[in-house]
Every structure is written in structure tokens, then in C-alpha cells.
Ligand binder design. Structure first.
Ligand code: F6R
Length: 607
């Protein structure tokens, strides 16, 4: 994630930048920084930690004179969340300062070219490479637009950046590719930012920048160009009607809804830099020093545990690796039978869950190899595990986890393909097919989410008065049934049980009656016939059924809810948001506090 803001105008810029960064903190908050030009010098302020740490450093006289500048709040992806890696970053001559959101996928290759010329870098970030590349472009072309265009033609990956130059105070350049960037038009002042709330107190007139667009702005003028060809682009200024609070949620009513709708981007971000463009093989540098495990032991809590259970089905069927999955709070209090052929995988969004961390310490103490899969860079799990892979989902604010699980499934799927290749359990053609389907997924998903939401809104109304629900699934949809039940109970307070569909007849079927409905995951896979038989057993006892299914499954139940079809396990990425939206719409209909359900906390740091 990360949040960026740039300002040029008639006001002292530093308070404008700080105010903007405060409203962007939801995009990341592990370090912050800003830069401006005063008296022919680039001033740079950076601090690790929250914004207050940065504010306490802004003590020089120059701060009150600056009327332009750039600011950044960071969600670390490359390099630890410390001051050196905080943005802005400067070029080698300290002529340019740049703030960036995104991931430059080929930064290592670009960095190596600088190293060949004997130039050293101050930070571990991909961003510093980008600003140095633009400075190199300036040396060649002597013109900033040309320099940026030259640099961007070499860069792969995603970015939104804003740039200032010591020799041209008052002018700001900003461009984007696959990361958000919005221009704000004021009167005698102009803005760019990652999100509208950053400048909403000053203007509602905005231009949404598209991929490969570059804006050049001063206090009174702005122009937009295609960043690769430098041809001028005509854009429409739109007036935003949101208030500040609505804008922080991107216009969504709740953070949970926003985060559900961010899932296509989350998948794209998880893939960023992890697929070889030519071979379509999976590149996971973090796992290069790790042998392919003979067995995998996954340990996690709550939603992350469900992601682990899903991982078991995928890992065993595609990579041929046997997997055990355990709840951390159970694992930590049983004898650990150490098996050196195992790798222990700890899944945690926050990286701070007490039970998961305690299990990790236990395994480490016994000499086990540990791998952390988490979202928060520099978290305890990330620091303590021997190896770590990041889900890159950005901050999750809603207490009920949604996009974090999506990113966990995405990363587990990539790890599976990575190990399947090394294990020779899948050939390169099969991997290519899976990767291509995965690359198509963000686009497919974003086209269907609104329709999925409308279906959830419509269906949930007939069931919102019930006191209890079953969620059923088989195979890799059983963990998703558990997750569907968890989401419904935690935000709507309707009791729900997730069950393996075949297990119902071993007891729980006694509960079936017209007032206890079943939400069935009846996807068109090899187990559909079995699920259909289970549903007949429920109907024979007058139980109502919602079936999440796909075209052609010929189900005769109370509510048939169809989702699109994609490659094998990737169908789960359509199932997950449907379950999340069903819980969400039910909770909204019942008037519950969706983002902060009772009795819960976002990060469970106590036992
Ligand atoms: C449910 C939820 C929790 C977390 C669990 C683990 O919506 O958010 O069940 O999944 O507390 O948290 P992490 O993944 O941070 O270890």
C-alpha cells in the first residue's frame, strides 16, 4: 500500500502534507517522511513509526516557508520499516526527492547497473533505484519530462510516485501504473495523492489518473501527458460529493466492504514480481534458501487457520506434500514430536497473535525450521521466523478479516506452484496454465463483485431472522464453509456452524428443520454429486438451502446463487467474497456494527 501526497500552492505546504498524511495513514503507518525545497536546498525529514514521530522532527525555520512538497506514509514492502528506508528518497546528488507507492519488480536488475558504475545506495528500497534512474535520465535528456519517460520505459511493476527537484521549486511531477493516483485541482494550488481524503479539505475537483499518465503541476497550472510517449492527454475534472469520513472509506459505507472490494487488487499485488514473464514460472526469492519440505505443518488461528486448511487441500493435491494443520492455541500445549523433515508454516495477518507466536517459539526451541506467512512487515512473526513471505495485502482495518484471507490463499497457491515445480509434481505446462488463470483472476473478479453483492443483498433478507445456520462444503470448500460460518457469526451474531458436508449425517442433521437453513458450497467439481446427495438429505427434513454454485449444476434448492467458473482451486476466489458479502449484507440489514463487532479485537495479542 503506502500513501503519497504532493502539494504546490500558496499555503505553507508542511501542514497541508501532514494533514494529508494523517488521512492516508490507513494505507500504512510504519514510517513517514516529507521533503520540500527552500533556499535552493532539498530538505528531508523522515522518521520510523507513526506520524507523530515525524512531526516532532519538523523543527527548522525552513518548514514555515515552504509552499510545495511531497509526503509519504509507508507500508513497507522492500526493506525494514526504519528511517533509512522511509520515503522520500533522494538521487545520488540530492537534486531530486521522490515518494512512491508500489513495487518496482525489476529493481534488482536496475540496481546492479548502477553498482557497475560504482554508485552505492543508501537504502534497501526499490524506490531509491527509481529516483536514481530519473536522475540518470536528467543527465541524458536535460528535461524532466523526458527523463521520467525514459526511466518509466525501463521500469517493470507498479507505481504511483511524486517527484520534486531542487532546481525547479514549485513544480511537481507525478505518474502512475497499477497503483492509485488522483489529481486535485484547487484555486492557486494543486495536489496529487493516493486517495481523495488527503486533499478533500481543500478541493473536491479531481482528475482520476490512468495507467501511464504523468501530471506536471505548479500552483496555477497542470498538464497531463502519456508518460511513455509524452503526448498530451485531455482529462475531465470531476466534482466529488463525499464528506471526509466517507472518503476515508473510499466512498464505501464500511471498511469491511471496501476491503472485500479490494480483493482483485490484493491478488494482483500478491502476484507482483512473483511470476517470470517469459516462462510463467513462480519466482519466490524468499524461499530460495529453503529446501522443498517433505512434510508441512501449518499453525494459525481463526481465519488464518482456515486459510491453512485450504492450503492443505491445494498443497497435497498439486505439490504432493503431506500437510498437517493445527490451531495454534492447541498446538502450543501438546508434546511436540519433532520431525526434521518438516517445515513449520505460521500464518498470521498481523504477525502478532499471541498463540501463533507462542507456537513458533516452541518449534524454534526444538530446532524446527519455521516459515512465516504474514501481512505486516517487521511484525514479531516476521522477525522471529527463520524465513518469511509477505502477503502484501496492505493494512486491514475492519476487525473481520477479508482481504487478508484472500491474500493468504493467493500466496499459498503461489508457494504450492513453486514447490510443485521443484517436486516435479506439476510440469511447466500445467504451471503455466495455472499462473495464466491466476493472472486473469483480478480482472474477472472485479467484474463480478458488484453482482455478487447484489445477490447477497437480495438473498440475505429472507434468512436474516433465523437463529442458526449451517455452512457446508467438501474438499477445499470445507475450509471455506468454516470461514463463511465464522464471518456470519462474528459480524451478524447469528449462530453458524461450518461442517464437512459428508459429516452432517453423523449427528448435526438432527438439528435440521425449516428454521435452520443451510448455505451449501456446491461447486462444479468431482465432489458435486456427493454434495447434491447431502442436500437431498437436508431437503427430506424440510431444511431450506442456499447453494453457491456454477452454471449447469442443475440444483433444485430454495436459492441458487451462481458464480463464474475458472481454473480448479482458483474458483475459491469467487466463493470467498460471496461468503463475506453474505455475512456483510446480513449484518448491515440487521443494523450491526460491521467494522467493530462486539467483544472482538483486530489483533489478539493475549492468550
Ligand atoms: C476473523 C479474524 C480472526 C483472525 C485471527 C488470527 O475475521 O480476523 O479470526 O484471523 O485472530 O489473526 P492473525 O491472522 O492476525 O494471526
Amino acid at each position: 500500500m503506502c500513501g503519497i501526497i504532493a502539494y504546490t500552492g500558496h499555503r505553507p505546504s508542511v501542514p497541508v502534507l501532514i494533514q494529508g498524511l494523517k488521512s492516508l495513514e490507513y494505507r500504512g503507518y510504519d514510517s513517514a517522511g516529507l521533503s520540500f525545497v527552500h533556499m535552493n536546498k532539498l530538505h528531508l525529514f523522515r522518521a520510523s513509526g507513526k506520524l507523530e514521530a515525524l512531526e516532532s522532527k519538523l523543527d527548522t525555520g525552513a518548514v514555515i516557508h515552504a509552499t510545495s512538497g511531497i509526503g509519504h506514509t509507508r507500508w513497507a514492502t522492500h526493506g525494514l520499516p526504519n528511517e533509512i528506508n522511509a520515503h522520500p528518497h533522494l538521487d545520488h546528488n540530492s537534486d531530486l526527492a521522490l515518494v512512491h507507492n508500489g513495487i518496482i519488480e525489476n529493481f534488482q536488475e536496475l540496481k546492479a547497473e548502477f553498482a557497475d558504475c560504482g554508485l552505492a545506495f543508501r537504502s534497501e528500497t526499490d524506490t531509491e533505484v527509481l529516483v536514481c534512474l530519473i536522475a540518470k535520465g536528467m543527465e541524458r535528456h536535460g528535461d524532466m519530462r523526458q527523463a521520467i519517460s525514459w526511466a518509466l520505459r525501463q521500469v517493470e511493476g507498479s507505481f504511483a510516485f511524486a517527484l520534486i527537484s531542487r532546481s525547479n521549486p514549485g513544480t511537481i511531477w507525478a505518474a502512475r501504473r497499477s497503483s492509485p493516483l488522483i489529481f486535485g485541482q484547487g484555486t492557486g494550488e494543486n495536489f496529487v495523492a493516493s486517495d481523495i481524503p488527503a486533499f478533500l479539505p481543500f478541493t473536491r475537483e479531481v482528475v482520476f489518473l490512468e495507467d501511464d499518465e504523468l501530471v506536471e503541476m505548479t500552483s496555477n497550472e497542470w498538464r497531463i501527458f502519456n508518460s511513455l510517449t509524452l503526448e498530451p492527454v485531455t482529462k475531465k475534472v470531476q466534482t466529488i460529493a463525499w464528506d471526509v469520513q466517507a472518503a476515508q472509506k473510499g466512498g464505501y459505507r464500511h471498511f469491511m466492504l471496501k476491503e472485500i472490494f479490494e480483493q482483485p487488487q490484493v491478488i494482483a499485488d500478491c502476484l507482483a514480481g512473483r511470476v517470470d514473464r517469459e516462462t510463467k514460472g513462480v519466482v519466490l526469492k524468499e524461499l530460495e534458501s529453503l529446501q522443498v519440505p517433505k512434510r508441512l505443518h501449518i499453525i494459525a488461528c481463526g481465519t488464518s487457520y482456515h486459510a491453512g486448511l485450504w492450503g492443505k487441500y491445494v498443497m497435497e493435491s498439486l505439490a504432493g506434500i503431506p500437510v498437517d494443520v493445527e490451531i495454534a492455541s492447541e498446538f502450543r500445549y501438546k508434546p511436540l514430536i519433532h520431525d526434521p523433515s518438516k517445515i513449520y508454516l505460521f500464518i498470521s495477518q498481523s504477525g502478532e497473535t499471541a498463540d501463533t507466536l507462542a507456537a513458533l517459539y516452541l518449534v524454534k526451541k526444538q530446532g524446527g525450521i519455521t516459515l512465516g506467512l504474514c501481512n505486516v512487515l517487521g511484525s514479531s512473526l516476521a522477525r522471529e521466523a527463520h524465513h518469511v513471505v509477505y502477503t502484501q495485502a496492505g493494512p486491514e482495518i475492519s476487525v473481520a478479516s477479508t482481504k487478508a484471507m484472500c491474500s493468504q490463499l493467493a500466496l499459498i497457491f503461489l508457494i504450492t506452484l513453486y514447490w510443485a515445480r521443484h517436486n516435479l509434481s506439476l510440469d511447466s505446462k500445467a504451471i503455466e496454465e495455472a499462473v495464466c488463470a491466476f493472472e486473469d483472476l483480478p480482472d474477472m473478479l472485479s467484474k463480478t463483485l458488484e453482482h455478487t453483492r447484489n445477490t447477497a443483498t437480495r438473498i440475505c433478507k429472507s434468512y436474516s431472522e433465523v437463529r442458526s445456520f449451517f455452512f457446508l462444503g467438501r474438499g477445499l470448500y470445507f475450509p471455506l464453509a468454516l470461514e463463511g460460518a465464522l464471518k456470519l457469526k462474528e459480524i451478524s451474531y447469528i449462530h453458524a456452524e461450518g461442517y464437512a458436508a459428508g459429516e452432517l449425517k453423523h449427528g448435526p442433521i438432527a438439528l435440521i428443520e425449516p428454521d435452520l437453513p443451510t448455505f451449501a458450497l456446491a461447486l462444479k467439481d468431482d465432489l458435486l454429486g456427493k454434495v447434491k446427495s447431502n442436500l437431498k438429505e437436508i431437503q427430506a427434513r424440510k431444511g431450506k438451502i442456499i447453494a453457491l454454485t456454477q452454471p449447469g449444476s442443475e440444483l433444485d434448492v430454495n436459492d441458487v446463487w451462481e458464480i463464474p467458473v475458472t481454473w480448479g482451486p482458483l474458483n475459491s476466489f469467487f466463493v470467498l467474497p460471496a461468503l463475506q458479502l453474505f455475512a456483510y449484507e446480513t449484518a448491515v440489514y440487521l443494523g450491526k456494527d460491521v467494522d467493530q463487532p462486539r467483544n472482538l479485537a483486530k489483533s489478539v495479542t493475549v492468550e
